[in-house]
Design a protein around this ligand. Sequence first.
Ligand code: HEC
Length: 355
Amino acid sequence: MKKAYVILIGIFLLTALGIFGLPLFKSQQFHGSVLQEPKLAAEIVLRSAAGPVRLSDYRGRIALLYFGYTSCPDICPASLANLKLALGNLSPEESAQVQVIFVSVDPGRDTPEKLGQYIRLFDDGFIGATGTRDEIDLITSAFNVYYKINPPESNNNDYTVDHSGFITVIDRDGYVIMSWPHGTPPADMSADLRYLLKNGMPISAQILAGPTYTPVVCAVTLAPAHVQGGEWLYQHHCAQCHGADLAGNSAWQTELVDGSHLPPPLNGDGKAWQYSEQDLIRIIKEGRNLEKPIHMPAFKNTLADWEISFVLTYLKSNWDINQRNYQHGFMTLTPQATPTLSATPSPTVTGTLLP
Ligand code: HEC
């Protein structure tokens, strides 16, 4: 009997995967190295021929950062020409939403004016910018860019500069999301750009990076675009019960005759943040709180997996940083040493950050 049950569930899962699995796993294959946790880009304030250049001025567009110098014999011209081709593959509407910024690490020879003339050889829309040596050192270290000015060759004052050749991709919200290695073909960059312009960064690379976190103490980063998308989904599918402000029903702690409860808060006042990611997904998909039936619809046929992830991202944006870190497994829970009779049933997180 039990065995038949297991086989049935197996068949069901396989069918479900067969039917729904395809779109689920057909996620975009990016052509660069994708950051597991997108990182807010450091602010750049540099000078171009047209005036100051601030990276934050390009929020709303995808910014592509490339470091080099105008006397660069081959790598820089090739990369800039490839960027020109990559943008050329996009529609004018799409390419208008992408900003290429070329930062010279050679301010000794590259004045903003010289950079301006140089960059126009590739595209009028590209920006060439530079700063003082100190500013460049700050910026290159913020973006993990390496460079080294070599000593002049014996007979003349010409010198070369070694530098990283990758291109950093910053999304519309100002997050560094990936980098393309030197030599990435233009068509591959166009494909990534087109996808990013249409969909933003897919959840798979970020939230679902899941338990394979690096052993570094860090906070869970929530992509703003996913929070926004999740809020919309929440308001349409969940708010009627859990409240537009996620506060739940004020009598949520009172047990009803069938052992269930009224809709609980999903913000940090409730205990949703104490469930694992898997359990939260299961509750939402099955409309069951683990083994306990609850008066909530199952969303498995209403919401796609990525939509559920977006809703969860939105819920997380309403939890404090400790709750988020705890839920993600970055932090352990230390119950209060002397429990007091308080109105809030949840133990306090007194931050033990895992190494
Ligand atoms: C028809 C009302 C209703 C809708 C719509 C609804 N829920 Fe619920 N939800 C409930 C009830 C009732 C409970 C649990 C009460 C209990 O424990 O018996 C619950 C429990 C939960 C829990 C477990 C929280 C905890 O603290 O145990 C989560 C998470 C949750 N809902 C998320 C969602 C999300 C996300 C949506 C929208 C996609 C949603 N719910 C839509 C009624 C609803």
